[in-house]
Design a protein around this ligand. Structure first.
Ligand SMILES: *Cc1c(COP(=O)(O)O)cnc(C)c1O
Ligand code: SF4
Length: 335
């Protein structure tokens, strides 16, 4: 029998960190010295979509400030119960686009795999908050159905691992996929959409960096940060070895009411990302998912913000403002 202590030692630090993420609203409020009056609403909305936030991310929030821009992304609120016209459970038509379980082929030349349903953090505005991942994850059968799809579709150049968060998968499961994908001759690029470098930087282990940089595929990692306060020294230190290993680093954000809906917040985000070796890619208008209407910033206001960004930043630090429209051949640039 293996003594318990050695079993604990074998669990990577990031998996332990992931396992001890905060999921109890009372604990989150207490950690931030917030008024317990927020608790009933938080507990109620956590029934709709559970609270989940890693402790390291909570540590970047301001204590005693219910309007903290990081807290607002994760704290369940009573507003999530409100139905709003135009907001639905599958706003981007993912279920219709599913070519095989976990395989979303909407755009030419690239295919997106929902590799797993698990995330390290539950973002309240997430368009996949109602998504039936258990039936539709590409990683569950050791990738076989997804790999078959990739192999028989010669128009594909790029495979995107998304989710959920693909970096919640074990090293072994990821490496298994990358090795098999690299064996498909028409594929040239591997892209990973992940929030882990931001919310759980411990995940970027030397082993992961080796896995990402030792494949013949060109690797792009698209992180997801919405506010400059998310990028602390631990995040910067996690990104540096990936960049040094030749991984292209991009960021996508969602434009969110009371999180980053000011030119100042967006300028600071772009500048902070660049200093960390990351270029801004997309700024998404909110997908109209049920329970997230209170996060919406109207399109006119978004356009006005973009004009300010364009006048204050070099072009390469201005993200493209986009909206996803179900059935469209690409993300639609809002100009
Ligand atoms: C967003 C998305 C992509 C990626 O689009 P890019 O414009 O290449 O970033 C690919 N497939 C699906 C299904 C998507 O939703
Ligand atoms: S990490 Fe991404 S997929 Fe997961 S809840 Fe947040 S936005 Fe959604």
């Amino acid at each position: 029998m293996i003594p318990e202590t050695s079993a604990i030692r074998q669990t990577p630090a990031w998996q332990q960190e992931l396992a001890c993420a905060i999921s109890d609203p009372a604990e989150l409020l207490a950690a931030l010295h917030l008024d317990p009056a927020w608790l009933p609403a938080a507990q109620g909305a956590a029934q709709l979509f559970p609270l989940r936030v890693p402790r390291g991310f909570v540590a970047r929030m301001r204590r005693g400030d219910p309007r903290d821009p990081l807290l607002r992304q994760v704290l369940p609120l009573a507003e999530e119960h409100l139905a709003a016209p135009g907001f639905s459970t599958d706003p981007v038509g993912d279920l219709a686009a599913m070519a095989s379980p976990g395989v979303l082929h909407k755009y030419q030349g690239r295919v997106l795999l929902t590799a797993t349903g698990a995330c390290a953090v539950h973002c309240r505005y997430c368009f996949r908050r109602h998504f039936p991942y258990t039936e539709s994850s590409a990683g569950t059968d050791h990738w076989q159905a997804a790999l078959d799809y990739l192999a028989q579709e010669p128009s594909l150049r790029e495979v995107i691992l998304s989710g959920g968060d693909p970096l919640t998968l074990s090293e072994r499961r990821l490496a298994e996929f990358i090795r098999a994908a690299a064996g498909i001759a028409h594929l040239e690029r591997l892209r990973i959409h992940t929030r882990l470098p931001v919310v759980l930087p411990e995940r970027i282990t030397p082993e992961l960096v080796r896995t990402l940089s030792s494949t013949r595929l060109s690797t792009v990692v698209v992180i997801h940060a919405n506010h400059a306060n998310e990028i602390d020294d631990a995040v910067i230190d996690a990104l540096a070895p990936m960049r040094a290993a030749g991984v292209t680093l991009l960021n996508q954000s969602v434009l969110l009411r009371d999180v980053n809906d000011s030119a100042g917040a967006l300028v600071a985000l772009s500048e902070t990302l660049f200093a960390a070796g990351v270029l801004p890619y997309y700024l998404h208008l909110l997908d109209r998912v049920q329970g997230a209407a209170h996060f919406e910033v109207p399109e006119d206001e978004a356009r006005a913000l973009m004009q300010q960004l364009t006048s204050r930043l070099p072009g390469y630090l201005v993200p493209r403002l986009v909206r996803e429209i179900a059935g469209a051949p690409a993300k639609q640039v809002v100009a």
